[in-house]
Design a protein around this ligand. Structure first.
Ligand SMILES: N[C@@H]1[C@@H](O)[C@H](O)[C@@H](COP(=O)(O)O)O[C@@H]1O
Length: 245
């Protein structure tokens, strides 16, 4: 796992976009894993700008989202499908329908998870997976305590995650769903490259565990230590609890 500390969120977005530009140049029909949350937003702005400038194209790209809330109706602004459509898919030249996510509107959620895993497997999984990290160390929505070899599944959001994400729901924790569908940790690890972005002091402990801790279900992101091509981009605030040089 490689850690790079960059001064600003903007510099992180540039560096992350460079990785994606290199991938799309080498493989125009790449499979891209997308993440939600505020951390990748500057990256999506940068990818939009590079697409508008003709440097990159998503015309042949297939996307797979990491996760989705259960219980939000179609079109809800905080549904991750809406988020990805608004912040990336509709702003670049990606085909409508080319960005897939787990179907949290399905009646049978277990079956929807299995279907999503099979769809990803059939596509050969992601060439590059963009990741954020929760303050409790989750990636996707793999909350602490779950198995490290999980596949796409239903997960229960921790109180901490619901509190963190209440800011997107008018600061009303009751409005934040309790359940989600998420790619499992083993699903995420199938990606040929992992690209994790973390900014701000709130992520400092999770980054410390990710970089310096033991691989443990208590800090799910630590599974990334076992990946042979993982890049972690952080700002000085997110790096502030690291103790090693
Ligand atoms: N499911 C998403 C994660 O994929 C994301 O990494 C995390 C961090 O969000 P932010 O980047 O807004 O801190 O938020 C949510 O919980």
């Amino acid at each position: 796992m490689k850690l790079v500390i960059l001064d600003t969120a903007e510099a992180i977005a540039q560096r992350a976009a460079d990785e994606i530009e290199a991938l799309l140049t080498a493989k125009p029909n790449a499979i891209l894993g997308t993440a939600t949350g505020s951390s990748p937003l500057p990256l999506y702005d940068e990818l939009t700008a590079r697409c508008a400038a003709g440097r990159i194209s998503f015309a042949e790209v297939t996307g797979f989202m990491l996760d989705e809330y259960v219980g939000l109706p179609e079109g809800h602004p905080e549904r991750y499908a809406t988020f990805m459509e608004t912040n990336l898919r509709s702003r670049v030249d990606m085909r409508p329908g080319a960005l897939h996510g787990p179907n949290a509107l399905a009646e049978d959620l277990q079956a929807a998870c299995q279907e999503y895993e099979e769809q990803m497997a059939a596509a050969g999984y992601c060439d590059l997976q963009i990741l954020g990290i929760g303050t409790d160390g989750h990636i996707g929505f793999n909350e602490p305590g779950g198995p490290l070899d999980s596949r796409t599944h239903v997960d229960v959001l921790t109180e901490q995650t619901r509190r963190d994400n209440a800011r997107f729901f008018n600061d009303d924790i009751e409005a934040v769903p309790t359940h989600c569908l998420t790619q499992g940790l083993a699903t995420i690890m199938e990606a040929r490259k992992l690209l994790l972005i973390a900014t701000g002091e709130g992520k400092a402990q999770a980054i410390r565990e990710l970089v310096e801790g033991e691989i443990s279900a208590e800090w799910p992101a630590t599974v990334m230590q076992g990946h042979d091509d993982a890049l972690v981009l952080v700002d000085p605030a997110a790096a502030s609890l690291l103790t090693r040089d």
